[in-house]
Design a protein around this ligand. Structure first.
Ligand code: ATP
Ligand code: MG
Length: 353
């Protein structure tokens, strides 16, 4: 699977760009504020229905424009699929092969992609929500029932919290559903970590040259069931008006040379660790989907010394993904074969090779 053609109109500083991508390596260079990240953000939006920079839609529409439109031709086995997205202040419209289709889940299925950007270290250094999203992204791709279960779990959690806020009225009814779905989410995440663990360890030691270890935290006490945790925490839940324990509090603890990675490693090491997690997940999802994914590398050289960057790129190339990378200086990145080279300046893209 590879993006053959991509078009973006009125997305951030990009008025109108269109390019044919190389099925393997693409390199986009340009000065600060030329539009490099915007271009990757636009492509990622097409595969996710949201910005990887966490920006609201209103920030993505080019100043002065009404809406943005994104379009891609994506090779899918024997055939070529088209994906289109139009986003205005009224909302998101998605089209797959010209027909209105099932929103961002349909996009993610057609254009599975991973992003490594200069904020990637937050996967290690930031709060647990990002690590839960990380596990859930793999779960979404490898386990069909995960997304509907996850949506039902979110609903049960909301209803349980509403019951807690009204002095526990109707709590018993929601407890049963909350526990049933919570255990499914928990089991899916544990299974994900299990299938990822070999890749995680390999990628981790390839990038960092040390042992890395991962410990799953389900979001409630180790030696009790979810039902026990809920009944033990009932008073506190009622006092706070929200559920304090459950899969919405899950986390992965990362250890590097047996030290807790979050606080003890340097910023460059946090980036390497986070990259190793993303590459491992990409490897697992690709194997499951039996097709290569799209990997977007926004300024991979940031924060990394020469050797660390070399190791990262080496692992990237080992995956066989379609790669779109950005850089300030084209000479900073070396590819196994000449990448297709693009230059971007004030939101205008030019193909050079
Ligand atoms: N909605 C918008 N409309 C018009 N321009 C925008 C919009 N949002 C952001 N921009 C501008 O787009 C420009 C390009 O931003 P972008 O982050 O893509 O640059 P970049 O090439 O990645 O730079 P850097 O090398 O500093 O990371 C910036 O000047 C930014 O102010
Ligand atoms: Mg940028």
């Amino acid at each position: 699977m590879a993006v053959q053609l991509f078009r973006a109109e009125n997305f951030r500083c990009l008025k109108k760009i269109e390019f044919e991508a190389d099925p393997q390596y693409n390199l986009i260079y340009g000065a600060n504020a030329s539009g490099k990240t915007s271009l990757l953000e636009a492509l990622a939006y097409l595969g996710r229905g949201k910005s990887f920079r966490g920006a609201p839609t209103s920030a993505l529409i080019r100043h002065g424009a009404e809406d943005f439109v994104l379009f891609a031709k994506v090779e899918r086995g024997e055939r070529v699929a088209t994906i289109g997205v139009r986003n205005s202040r009224e909302g998101l419209e998605t089209k797959v092969d010209g027909a209105a289709d099932g929103g961002s889940a349909a996009l993610a299925e057609l254009l599975p992609l991973a992003v490594i950007d200069p904020d990637v270290h937050n996967l290690v250094a930031g709060g647990p929500e990002q690590r839960r999203r990380y596990l859930d992204w793999v779960a979404f791709h490898v386990e069909q029932s995960f997304l509907p279960d996850w949506r039902r779990y979110r609903r049960a959690l909301k209803q349980r919290n509403a019951a807690l806020k009204s002095d526990g009225q109707g709590l018993d009814a929601w407890n049963a559903e909350f526990i049933e779905l919570g255990l499914k989410i928990d089991a899916a995440r544990q299974a994900v970590l299990e299938i990822c663990v070999d890749s995680l360890e390999e990628q981790g030691s390839a990038l960092l040259g040390s042992d890395v270890r991962y410990e799953y935290r389900p979001g409630w006490g180790k030696d009790q069931s979810l039902a026990e945790a809920l009944s033990e925490g009932l008073e506190r839940d009622l006092a706070l008006g929200s559920t304090q324990m459950g899969p919405h509090r899950a986390d992965i603890r990362l250890f590097f040379d047996d030290r807790q990675a979050r606080r003890l490693v340097s910023r460059g090491q946090q980036k390497q660790l986070a990259c190793s997690m993303i590459l491992a997940a990409t490897e697992v999802v690709q194997t499951h989907l039996e097709r290569p994914m799209l990997l977007l590398l926004d300024d991979p050289a940031a924060e990394l010394d020469h050797d660390a960057l070399g190791r990262l790129m080496n692992q990237v190339f080992g995956l066989g993904c379609q790669v779109l990378a950005t850089t300030l200086e084209p000479a900073a990145l070396t590819f196994p074969q000449e990448p297709r080279l693009f230059h971007v300046e004030q939101g205008v893209l030019t193909r050079l090779t």
